[in-house]
Design a protein around this ligand. Structure first.
Ligand code: ADP
Ligand code: MG
Length: 323
């Protein structure tokens, strides 16, 4: 029988380390995920998110440390516990030559899932109309929705999702987000790896920020954004020749202070100047740029994950909010 704390914390990770040869993918991470929360795992490529999830699921041996899921140690998960875990991973496979429905029926037979449930889930993920088409005709977004559906078939208690929406069309992203929120609202738990700030911001109650195998901070998304993120004004110049754009960039770099960034989009030679909203001389600089350069558009930008990372890299000690 799992104890009360296992019921309250379906995921526990304690001082987990994992090296691949000389590469230290995880340098001792610890956290617990509470029942009923969507816990975000946010970090750039190579941060160690997938490694941690693989260890948690018992698919990889850690170098040291421990983890448990639904009260059982990751390395000794029973078939009953495995059944309660729904997983969507980056490299999950589906059978191309089968239809969507046939793919699901194959899994459903392993878990003794009723056919009726397949129909309901197909509706939920807006796949009912395409269910009898072969998978090779599916878009990436449809395949990913089918993978989520498959993870939900056995009515799991916890979902473990590794970057489930990367590169998908907005409609698929929206459907996936809604389904994940509905899943959670039944007091079930989600562990979601992502590198999209907007995604974790919408869905998660807490986020662990992972960078180079270390947790930099664990905090609610509002806090992360307020503390590290920064709104800014983007001034875009009109498209110009490559040579002219480079000349303008140099000229701008000369006059603008170093906390104002200047990027050139190499595809269309459009220069974008990013000024922090709180910059004390914001108005002055915008005026000056307008007078001297061909300004195309000016708009405000939300705090981006990129900025959060830059701020985090600059922080010596990041505050950790305990909940
Ligand atoms: P993320 O999912 O956050 O992008 P990963 O867990 O995939 O990060 O990778 C963390 C680090 O471990 C990276 O430096 C990656 O190159 C390395 N890594 C991942 N898998 C392997 C492997 N099988 N062999 C060697 N190095 C690996
Ligand atoms: Mg990954």
């Amino acid at each position: 029988m799992p104890g009360l704390s296992e019921m309250e914390y379906p995921v526990k990770i304690a001082n987990l380390k994992k090296s691949y040869g000389k590469v230290k993918a995880l340098r001792g991470i610890s956290f617990e995920i509470a029942k009923g929360e969507i816990f975000g795992f946010l970090g750039p490529n190579g941060a160690g998110k997938s490694t941690a999830m693989n260890v948690l699921l018992g698919l990889l041996q850690p170098t040291s440390g421990s983890s448990s899921i639904l009260g059982e140690s990751s390395s000794e998960l029973s078939p009953e516990t495995r059944r309660k875990i729904g997983v969507v991973f980056e490299y999950n496979n589906l059978y191309r030559d089968l239809t969507g429905r046939e793919n699901l029926e194959f899994y459903a037979s392993l878990y003794q899932v009723e056919r009726k449930r397949i129909g309901q889930l197909l509706e939920l993920l807006s796949l009912a109309e395409s269910a009898d088409r072969r998978l090779e005709t599916y878009s990436k977004g449809m395949k990913q929705r089918l993978l989520l559906l498959r993870a939900l078939l056995a009515d799991p208690e916890i979902l473990i999702l590794d970057e489930p929406t990367g590169g998908l069309d907005p409609q698929s992203v929206e459907i996936i987000h809604q389904v994940v929120e509905d899943f959670r609202s039944a007091n079930r738990t989600v562990f979601l790896a992502s590198h999209f700030m907007a995604e974790v911001e919408r869905l998660c109650s807490r986020i662990a920020f992972l960078n180079q195998g270390e947790i930099v901070t664990i905090a609610p998304p509002d806090f992360l954004k307020k503390y590290y993120g920064q709104k800014s004004i983007a001034v875009k110049l009109e498209s110009m020749s490559e040579d002219r754009a480079e000349a303008c960039r140099l000229e701008l770099r000369e006059i603008l202070s170093s906390d104002i960034s200047i990027d050139i989009n190499k595809n269309n030679n459009i220069i974008e100047i990013i000024i922090p909203l709180e910059h004390p001389e914001l108005g002055f600089w915008i005026d000056r740029i307008r007078k001297n350069f061909p300004v195309g558009e000016i708009h405000s930008r939300e705090a981006s994950l990129h900025q959060v990372f830059i701020s985090l890299a600059e922080e010596q000690e990041a505050p950790v909010l305990e909940n």
